[in-house]
Design a protein around this ligand. Structure first.
Ligand SMILES: Cc1cc2nc3c(=O)[nH]c(=O)nc-3n(C[C@H](O)[C@H](O)[C@H](O)COP(=O)(O)OP(=O)(O)OC[C@H]3O[C@@H](n4cnc5c(N)ncnc54)[C@H](O)[C@@H]3O)c2cc1C
Length: 322
């Protein structure tokens, strides 16, 4: 029997598995993706790795800072910028006062590399889990027939809900409200947009909320932009993401004054991009042996919060298992 099975190999699941392993508990991570990383996703297009999910991450917790310093020392993470522009969607070409904030971090190889690095040495398996069940007689949990002393679901709540039947009390902890978005990735032959632009919030635009210069973010200067759709546009085209592309591309080229079509472009759908609500607790560990973690267990759904959620659940579970 596996002592612990973690379903979900995004940063929360991997942080949980790492905390368990560090405490001497055997753990297996199952993820349905071709590679680990979840919403810290990267797609390689025309030879360029492009961040299609999370745009960057910030650091405030000392424990996460130690992990990030190690990534930085090994060249896996880099400081990107502390300042974003503000574009006015109702008056393309107009820019508001740039917004300065905390340092935003990126990864030269794309953010997924960081999750893969954290998972180094863990037992992982590529499998789409269908159900977590409990034997009524023995009380033993199993993940698609694979027995486990405890099961962690490290994924958006609606995905976790699909795996648990009503007999699990922990199911009552899950929420349904998530917002979608879409990411438009587009590459040109040359950078024809204005210099000094790293990322920008887009205000007052019906189609876009955010634009990132992906080459500036990863540090290789690739002429690639990534734009995120408004929730309204994403919700309208969830069944056929490609149909959102003309509106997104039109808005992007107008905002940045880019002439001529890109060499390539793609739209990636995120049906469960962000939880809408927030939670005070960082995780759930039920008497039924089910642990829940992820970015919905936070006051702000972010990469750092997901890492903390997983790490704290891992520590709590290790303490329970003795
Ligand atoms: C478009 C977008 C932009 C974002 N921008 C930012 C940003 O700028 N800064 C920031 O900090 N955060 C950002 N985020 C949020 C950030 O990506 C998340 O907070 C974080 O990655 C969540 O990690 P997680 O481990 O909780 O969940 P996930 O990364 O979603 O991991 C869940 C994993 O579970 C797996 N899974 C699900 N169901 C099953 C199953 N049945 N069987 C097996 N595996 C399964 C999935 O394959 C996935 O790998 C953004 C997210 C999106 C989508």
């Amino acid at each position: 029997m596996d002592p612990v099975i973690v379903v979900g190999g995004g940063i929360s699941g991997v942080a949980c598995a790492r905390a368990l392993t560090d405490a001497g508990v055997e753990v297996t991570v199952l993820d349905r993706g071709r590679r680990l990383g979840g919403r810290m996703a990267v797609r390689t297009v025309d030879g360029h790795p492009v961040d299609t999910g999370a745009s960057y991450f910030t650091v405030s917790d000392d424990r996460f800072a130690a992990v990030v310093r190690d990534w930085q020392a090994r060249g896996l993470a880099r400081e990107w910028t502390d300042t974003f522009d503000v574009f006015d969607g109702s008056a393309p070409g107009q820019r508001g006062e740039p917004k300065q904030g905390s340092m935003r971090w990126a990864s030269p190889g794309g953010l997924r590399c960081l999750v893969e690095d954290l998972a180094e040495g863990l037992v992982t398996d590529r499998v789409a889990v269908e159900a977590v069940t409990r034997d009524e007689r023995t009380g033993i949990l199993s993940v698609d027939g694979r027995p486990a002393a405890a099961v962690v679901l490290a994924m958006p709540d609606p995905q976790a809900r699909r795996l648990l039947d009503a007999s699990f009390a922990s199911r009552a902890q899950l929420v349904d409200d998530y917002a979608p978005t879409m990411a438009l990735l587009a590459g040109w032959e040359l950078r024809s947009w204005s210099a000094g632009f790293d990322g920008a919030f887009v205000n007052g635009d019906p189609h876009l909320t955010w634009v990132a210069d992906d080459g500036a973010r990863r540090g290789d200067g690739a002429p690639v932009l990534v734009a995120h759709a408004t929730e309204g546009l994403a919700a309208q085209h969830l069944d056929e993401p490609a149909a959102a592309e003309p509106a997104m591309l039109g808005a992007l080229t107008e905002l940045l004054g880019i002439e001529g079509p890109p060499l390539w472009s793609r739209v990636h759908r995120w049906s469960l991009a962000h939880p809408v609500g927030t939670r005070e607790r960082t995780h759930h560990l039920g008497d039924d042996g089910i642990g829940l973690c992820g970015d919905s267990w936070a006051s702000k759904p972010r990469v750092e919060a997901a890492w903390l959620s997983g790490a704290e659940l891992g520590a709590a579970l290790a303490a329970r298992l003795g």
